[in-house]
Structure formats: structure tokens, C-alpha cells
Design a protein around this ligand. Structure first.
Ligand code: ADP
Length: 326
């Protein structure tokens, strides 16, 4: 590969707390190694429209503690077409960018993979998503913060719930992945989690009613992963009303508050390590890889694996939740 003088950095897709810590780490590690940095605003859209500015160390001062992303994020349909990506490549050449660091989820890394192959262009990805649904990394940037937000919200709901004999369905994000629901349920002492991964194996609602929800409890809290497969918390509540009308059901959808807030120490450290590792990877001539973490070690995961393979849920956790909710 020719000498790498300048890298571009962008955040894309759903935002996640800790993205700023990652932007800071990538920028500073690059500058430390004598590489120029350009910040690309609004994800792939900024590549197409040329919303690109030079980044110095002070562009990333005082952001490690901020949620969201200072580079903004967007969804860009034009990048799905070869013509759109050609425009993006034109701007990359114009700006003298030799490699890209893309921070985002599944969709953003899919776009990165296609673009990298089409133009034989070096790209390293960082897993930035609260959903934790990328294969090859134990956790993703933003996941721990979202989990803590869910835990705090459920604690509050439990306070009001304890005086009623009610069944509460609390819907959490996850986009067809049950990590937030399952670990959120364990962390908040909920009775059960309804997750898409095991949807076809058991009727989780039936199981819950049979074994989990007891009249002797003041209230029951069940975390439900948002998903078309499960029908989400509303879908569950409708089924209970029809099939088990003796229960008093309530629904809370936590929604976008799960994406906000100052990142936890775990997310800041993860993002800092991964950001610095992205520059190491590019200097080692790696391309088309996502930075991951496995057993506290940084690893390089080929885009193809990170995107295509389904990340398995740890089934021991389901059992733990079941045991602890008796
Ligand atoms: P996330 O990265 O959070 O999964 P999205 O799925 O919305 O978010 O993807 C973010 C952006 O990545 C899209 O708006 C699009 O610009 C780009 N992208 C996603 N999938 C593809 C694809 N198959 N080809 C090219 N670009 C894609």
C-alpha cells in the first residue's frame, strides 16, 4: 500500500454513546503517528456531499463524556447505488484521503465492505451500536451504556409497580437481537426476557405464564426485545389480553432514551482502545476488518464475518434468569 498520509473518519447509522470517545481516539492516535485526519459529517451522506473538514487534536477536546456523535450521523440511501458510491470516491480522491475509519452498526459496515471492494480502498470499521449484534466482538461501543440506562429505567418502573398486581412488558431496543433484553432483565431483577433468538423454539409467553408469573408476587416485569418476530411489548400485551384475560397488563416502550446519555467507563475505555487499534490496524496494512474485543484482547474480524454471521446469545444467561426469578 502507498504511504498513508491522511485518514477520514465518519459515524453512520444508529448513534450510540461512546462514538465520541471513539472519534477522539482515532483522531489522536492518527495524529500521534503523523497521520492527518479529516472529519466527515453525517455518515456516508457527507462523503457524497463533501461535508469534510480537517480535524486537529482540539477538534476532539472535551467530547469523551458526551453521548451522541459530534460528527452527526445519517442514513444515506444514495450510498446503496454504485453511482452514489462513485460520487463518494470522487470526494475521497479530491480530499486526498488514503483510508477510512467507519464507526457504525451492521448496515454501515456492510456499506463499508462493498465500497472497499469496489474501489480496492482500505477501510477499518469500529462496532458502534447499542444492540451488541455484531459477530466477532464480545461487546460493541454503546451497549454497556444502554444496558445501564435500561437498568435504571426498570428500577424506576418497579418502584411504581410494586403496589399493584400487574404484569409489565417493557420493550427495549435490539433490532432482532436479545442482548439488551436478556442482560437488562438480569441486571434489573426482572422475571423474564422475551427475545427473538429462541422465538421458534418455545412459546416464551406461555412459559412465562406457566412458570414465571405468580399471583403471589406484587408485580412482574418482563423485558421484551423490539422485533417483528415477537411483536414487541404491544404484541405481547395483546396476546395476554386475549389468552390470559385474568392478568392486568401494562406496557412501557423505553424507545430513544436508550440511545442517549454520557457513556459509562466501560464504553469509554472500549471506544478508546478500539479507536487506537483502528490506526494500528491501518498502519499494519489491514483492510476490510472490524476491530473487535474478545476476552479483553483486541482482534481483527473480517467484515464478511462480522456482518454475515449471527452472533449467538449465551444460553446460560437464559437459565440464570429463570433460576433467579422463582
Ligand atoms: P447501522 O449501521 O446502525 O446498522 P443502517 O442499517 O441504517 O445503520 O446503515 C447505515 C447506512 O449504511 C445506510 O444508510 C447506507 O448509507 C449504508 N448501507 C447500509 N447497507 C448498505 C448496503 N447494502 N450497501 C451500501 N451501503 C449500505
Amino acid at each position: 500500500m502507498a504511504e498513508m498520509k491522511c485518514i477520514g473518519i465518519l459515524t453512520s447509522g444508529g448513534d450510540a454513546p461512546g462514538m465520541n470517545a471513539a472519534i477522539r481516539a482515532v483522531t489522536r492516535a492518527a495524529i500521534y503517528n503523523g497521520i492527518e485526519v479529516k472529519g466527515i459529517y453525517r455518515g456516508y451522506r457527507g462523503l457524497l456531499t463533501g461535508e469534510i473538514v480537517p480535524f486537529k487534536t482540539n477538534n476532539v477536546s472535551n467530547i469523551i463524556q458526551q453521548g451522541g456523535t459530534i460528527l452527526k450521523t445519517a442514513r444515506c440511501l444514495e450510498f446503496l447505488n454504485p453511482e452514489g458510491r462513485q460520487k463518494a470516491y470522487g470526494n475521497i480522491q479530491k480530499e486526498g484521503i488514503d483510508a477510512l475509519v467507519v464507526i457504525g452498526g451492521d448496515g454501515s459496515l456492510t456499506g463499508a465492505r462493498i465500497f472497499a471492494q469496489e474501489y480496492n480502498f482500505p477501510i477499518v470499521g469500529l462496532p458502534g451500536t447499542i444492540d451488541n449484534d455484531l459477530y466477532g466482538t464480545d461487546t460493541t461501543i454503546g451497549y454497556d451504556t444502554a444496558l445501564n440506562t435500561i437498568m435504571q429505567a426498570v428500577d424506576k418502573i418497579r418502584d411504581t409497580a410494586t403496589s399493584h398486581e400487574r404484569l409489565f412488558f417493557i420493550e427495549v431496543m435490539g433490532r432482532d437481537a436479545g442482548f439488551l433484553a436478556l442482560n437488562g432483565a438480569i441486571a434489573s431483577g426482572a422475571e423474564a426476557a422475551i427475545i427473538p433468538e429462541i422465538w421458534t423454539e418455545v412459546d416464551q409467553l406461555e412459559e412465562l405464564i406457566k412458570h414465571g408469573f405468580r399471583k403471589s408476587k406484587n408485580s412482574s416485569i418482563v423485558l421484551v426485545a423490539e422485533s417483528e418476530i415477537t411483536g414487541g411489548a404491544m404484541g405481547m400485551a395483546e396476546r395476554v389480553k386475549k389468552e390470559y384475560p385474568e392478568y392486568d397488563v401494562r406496557v412501557t416502550i423505553l424507545g430513544h432514551l436508550q440511545r442517549g446519555g454520557s457513556p459509562t467507563a466501560i464504553d469509554r475505555i472500549l471506544a478508546s482502545r478500539m479507536g487506537a487499534a483502528a490506526i494500528d490496524a491501518l498502519m499494519e496494512d489491514q483492510r476490510n476488518v472490524m476491530i473487535g474485543i474478545q476476552n479483553d484482547n483486541i482482534v481483527y474480524v473480517p467484515f464478511s464475518k462480522a456482518i454475515k454471521n449471527d452472533k449467538p446469545i449465551n444460553r446460560d444467561l437464559l437459565n440464570t434468569l429463570r433460576i433467579l426469578s422463582i
